[in-house]
Design a binder for this molecule. Structure first.
Ligand code: ADP
Ligand code: MG
Length: 562
């Protein structure tokens, strides 16, 4: 085996084959070389691994890397071994004799890097083992797992502060691609890293083109995008539910794409196989829930598409960040609609946790919606969310490339708000829109809403356009969506608008994507209620049924089933 050099620059060249350090790498390495702790925030693909791998090689003793995912450990260790580094991992997937081999090598001082899952490290047997050898450093990768606010929370990470107590002289480095200040503060506090050097890189990913579009016919929209721009490319399609993951993957396969499902409900074997194929084969599309992705190091992911709204800006940034780690042009496409707002709102409200927690979840969702509805540069807005200012509009997002058209929505907003008020602030968007458009359905009649002053005053806009108005007013906090039935309610913020003291510019809806399926159904449903988006109709049907059940009357069936 080759002799590993002792100098970081030489290690960079001779072991890893690169000529220059990137970004903050050199400084971070320097910090660890001089026995100090570091907290590193760098975007995905920024090069966090070298920040601990190089000092682990340059310093005497073995470096211990704590990493949350077994598959990830295995990949990294194989890559290191191929580069001639004495690296190994210990986790629950190994047979006992291999564990003994690795422990032996460790005690003989033959390892430079040892990867472990946190629960493994925290076992008394492991801690005892580590206390008997020389350690070069502890690296805590994916350190945001310590944060209870994120969706990657791992209880074991909380106990990692014991490392500091048990091994006070071993330098520690924590790394994450999660940028927000709150998570960062939480990591520093929980891992006892307040005194560490903090390295915060720019989170801009200039090669990712951000595009956010309203859902019209999401499958159709996705298909157009894939066919026109992503033939043969690898990518990830995120959906909110497991069922939707399965059906979308199946449908993409029927359309001739090499698509594989991935979610936590699939057997571990299947998941591992799909992940492996995504990494090794060309042009695989993984359709997944958020269970997929943390730490997946595939450089040439050309697109990330979201068919449902992520529940926070952090999640959106993390998930889209899986595209383009190689620095080549990539696209992040998000399709969202009113039903996402309703669904995620319900999830936030029904999540266990305190009122404060629910309020936080709502606030995060609203920030995400704000990003969807802005008419200025998306990247500026995204980075501002993480406390970073981008001087100029980026020129590489949909709002820069095709500035959205707006219209004066003051009158429409006033009509909607009045109608919400006149119908008693206890109905959902669908019903209010029915009233505005003068629909003659049974429910409108039953509640006498065909006699309110706002009945039929909104025939100038289609139901779809009205949904756009509702969504934008929700995002701007003129309306709240509340309770089990997602009823619309006015907020204080809408007073100036109702008094005519304020005007409002709304985003124009894009022209509808053509759908042959929808056309075929024209005879079955009123034109503006075409089932362009099934989940919305399902959700509305379910809402209506709930309402009907609660009131002991038969469900209203106003939509024609396919
Ligand atoms: P992160 O963990 O921050 O997401 P990685 O450590 O996995 O990023 O690195 C991402 C990619 O960048 C890898 O392919 C890695 O080999 C490459 N890389 C890292 N540092 C350098 C460098 N100094 N020069 C060239 N490539 C680098
Ligand atoms: Mg990494």
């Amino acid at each position: 085996m080759q002799q590993i050099p002792q100098d970081p620059q030489e290690i960079l060249e001779h072991v890893f084959g690169y000529t220059e350090f990137r970004g903050a790498q050199a400084e971070v390495i320097d910090t660890l070389m001089s026995d100090r702790d570091a907290l590193v925030l760098m975007p995905t693909g920024g090069g966090k691994s070298l920040c601990y791998q190089i000092p682990a090689l340059a310093r005497p003793g073995c470096g211990v890397v704590i990493s949350p995912l077994i598959a990830l450990m295995q990949d990294q260790v194989e890559a290191l071994q191929a580069a001639g580094v004495k690296a190994a991992f210990l986790n629950s997937s190994l047979p006992f004799d291999q564990v003994q081999n690795i422990e032996g090598a460790l005690l003989r001082g033959e390892l430079d890097l040892l990867y472990m899952a946190p629960e493994r490290l925290l076992q008394p047997r492991s801690l005892d083992l580590l206390s008997r050898i020389q350690l070069s450093l502890f690296a805590i990768d994916e350190a945001h797992c310590v944060s209870q606010w994120g969706h990657d929370f791992r209880a074991d990470y909380l106990q990692l502060n014991c490392l500091h107590e048990q091994f006070p002289t071993v330098p520690r480095i924590a790394l994450t691609a999660t940028a927000d200040q709150r998570t960062r503060a939480e990591i520093a506090q929980r891992l006892d890293l307040q005194a560490a050097e903090h390295f915060v890189s720019s989170f801009d990913r200039p090669n990712i083109q951000y595009r956010i579009a309203q859902k019209d016919n999401p499958r159709r929209q996705l298909l157009q995008f894939l066919r026109a721009e992503q033939q043969g490319n690898a990518g990830v399609v995120y959906c909110l539910s497991r069922a939707k993951v399965e059906s979308t993957a199946e449908w993409l396969r029927q359309q001739g794409f090499n698509a594989l499902p991935y979610h936590a409900g699939l057997p571990a074997q299947v998941r591992a196989e799909h992940q492996r194929r995504f990494l090794r084969e060309e042009g695989v599309i993984v359709v997944a829930t958020i269970a997929f992705g943390m730490g997946i190091d595939k450089p040439d992911v050309r697109f990330v598409a979201h068919l449902d709204l992520p529940k926070s800006v952090e999640a959106y940034y993390q998930e889209t960040g899986r595209a383009g780690r190689d620095g080549e042009a990539s696209t992040a496409l998000l399709l969202y609609g009113l039903e996402d707002v309703v669904k995620l709102g319900q999830m936030a409200d029904s999540s266990d946790g305190s009122e404060e927690h629910k309020r936080q979840e709502r606030a995060r969702l609203n920030a995400m919606l704000g990003l969807c509805e802005i008419t200025s540069c998306r990247r500026q807005s995204l980075l501002r969310y993480f406390g970073e200012e981008l001087a100029e509009p980026c020129g590489n997002c949909d709002t820069c490339l095709e500035p959205p058209q707006t219209w004066d929505g003051t009158q429409a907003a006033a009509k909607l708000l009045s109608c919400v008020y006149r119908t008693g602030q206890r109905f959902g968007a669908a019903h209010v829109i029915d009233v505005l458009r003068g629909s003659e359905n049974e429910k409108v009649r039953k509640f006498g809403h065909d006699r309110v002053t706002t009945y039929g005053i909104g025939k100038d806009l289609s139901a779809n356009e009205w949904r756009g108005v509702v969504r934008q007013l929700v995002v701007r906090a003129y309306i709240e969506v509340e309770g089990e039935f997602q009823s619309l309610r006015l907020t204080e913020a809408c007073r100036p608008l109702l008094r005519g003291e304020e005007s409002i510019q709304l985003r124009k809806l894009p022209p509808k994507a053509k759908s042959s399926r929808a056309e075929g159904r024209k005879s079955a449903a009123p034109a503006e209620l075409l089932p362009a988006d099934e989940p919305l109709w399902d959700a509305l049907r379910a809402c209506r049924k709930q309402l009907a059940d609660a009131q002991g009357v038969p469900p209203y069936v106003v939509f024609h089933d396919a």
